[in-house]
Write a protein that binds this ligand. Structure first.
Ligand SMILES: Nc1ncnc2c1ncn2[C@@H]1O[C@H](COP(=O)(O)OP(=O)(O)OP(=O)(O)O)[C@@H](O)[C@H]1O
Ligand SMILES: Nc1nc2c(ncn2[C@@H]2O[C@H](COP(=O)(O)O)[C@@H](O)[C@H]2O)c(=O)[nH]1
Length: 400
């Protein structure tokens, strides 16, 4: 039954430090994947801010891989189990429910791509998050077409359902724009460094300034159980389309070029020179908006109320029983002592007390609909508690 769980091998302890020239301290697990063993845990330094990863290959050679993504904090203990040959689930003890499940990606498409780019061994961490939220919505269209106006209406009417992805930009704030609310207004050098550090899902040079969506900007919205809305240009939409983020892409068109110009001028936020630049770029964007396969929906923003009604309709928000819903994350109270095993697409985390079978509790973690991953979170984890009475003697019978 099931695949072999991660194992902890005593003879690996002590070998790690000698081979790689550092003293590894603390709890470690070893997970075999093909002819490699991934040793996770411990640190090479008591002040280290994360847990270590080392790889032992079949010729007994140790490698310290490049580790990407947001890193889990060091913990007194953890357990590990292989999921689908491409990632290892690491359950970190003594952590809150949305901080105890982590995935170490070892052979996902993202990791393979990074191995090619960086050369050498690469692994990437991604935090596992319980529950589902709807697909993010990408809204693009030329400057002044009314994207922001439509998004504001949606966020006002469905406040608890949507959250705005706050982009970074190097342009200066307009009157009434607040840092951290409308944009994260940034120095170019700081933004460029964050882009190099792979903190951005997409970025583009738009009307002479740098704009970008950080991975975190999208993830914090989903963490709050809300559906994310991105207001980005067509280049950005193209990058998101090519990324692992599954989204709905909407292109907003003006009823005519003259009307677009009128709106942009009437807004009064740009100098004449900037208006000219935005209008020149609008022609290209209107062309690119027709690129096959890029946008799922095109909306013509003629009459505002009519366009808003069509936007709600395509998002399924026009009916009485709203079809677009989010599922708020479940919560798990995981004790420090537990054992872990995998059975198909489910992982059983047994938190039983050996002397008191009646208090046995098994968490069943469903991995069948994982979404996302490094460099953001891995979502779509579902968990339920199986009591000892449901589980039979070994806590597994009911699942087979
Ligand atoms: N359907 C409409 N009819 C008339 N005016 C509109 C309509 N929709 C939006 N506007 C007005 O057009 C101007 C531009 O709208 P908005 O700022 O929302 O555009 P945008 O697409 O977000 O632009 P940018 O990409 O530059 O941020 C605003 O003054 C807004 O009030
Ligand atoms: N590629 C991205 N484009 C973005 C992002 N945030 C905003 N934008 C687009 O820039 C223009 C101009 O915006 P403005 O606020 O200066 O008028 C507009 O088309 C936005 O959609 C981003 O993160 N990435």
């Amino acid at each position: 039954m099931g695949e072999a769980p991660a194992f902890v091998s005593d003879d690996l302890f002590g070998k790690v430090p000698n081979e790689i020239g550092v003293k590894v301290i603390g709890h470690q697990t070893a997970t075999s994947v093909g002819d490699r063993t991934y040793v996770i845990g411990g640190t090479d330094d008591e002040s280290s801010s994360t847990i270590g990863v080392w790889i032992l290959d079949k010729s007994n050679k140790w490698t310290t891989p490049s580790v990407l993504g947001m890193l889990p904090k060091p913990a007194e203990g953890h357990s590990a189990v292989l999921v689908n040959e491409d990632r290892i689930l690491v359950v970190i003890e003594n952590n809150s429910s949305n901080n105890c499940f982590w995935f170490l990606e070892i052979d996902t498409p993202f990791v393979r791509e990074q191995k090619q780019k960086l050369g050498g061994e690469v692994v990437a961490w991604s935090r596992g998050v319980l529950g589902d939220v709807g697909k993010p919505i990408v809204i693009s269209g030329p400057s002044g077409v009314g994207k922001g106006t439509l998004i504001s209406k949606l966020m006002k009417e469905f406040r608890s359902m949507f959250g705005f992805s706050v982009s970074h930009t190097t342009r200066g704030p307009r009157e009434k724009e607040q840092d951290g609310v409308h944009y994260h207004f940034s120095e170019r050098s700081i933004m460029e460094k964050a882009i190099t550090d792979m903190k951005f899902l997409e970025f583009a040079s738009v009307h002479g300034n740098l704009y970008g969506t950080s991975v975190e900007a999208v993830e914090v919205v989903a963490d709050a159980g809300k559906r994310c809305i991105l207001d980005i240009d067509v280049q950005g939409a193209r990058s998101v389309r090519a990324s692992p983020l599954e989204a709905i892409f909407i292109f907003v068109c003006p009823p005519s070029f003259e009307e677009l110009e009128k709106r942009l001028r009437a807004r009064g936020t740009e100098t004449e020179e900037q208006v000219q630049k935005r209008l020149r770029n609008a022609r290209t964007e209107l062309d690119q908006g027709k690129s096959p396969g890029l946008f799922d929906h095109v909306l013509i923003n003629d009459d505002l109320e009519g366009c808003y009604a069509r936007l709600k309709e395509l998002l399924g928000l026009d009916k009485d029983g709203i079809s677009l819903h989010t599922t708020l994350p479940e919560s798990v109270d995981l004790p420090r002592v537990h054992s872990i095993s995998k059975c198909g697409q489910r992982v059983l985390i047994n938190c039983g007390q050996e002397l008191d079978a009646s208090s046995n509790k098994t968490f069943v973690l469903d991995l069948s609909s994982l979404k996302g991953g490094a460099l953001g979170r891995t979502r779509g984890l579902h968990v339920h508690v199986m009591k000892s009475s449901e589980a039979g003697t070994n806590g597994i019978t009911m699942l087979l």
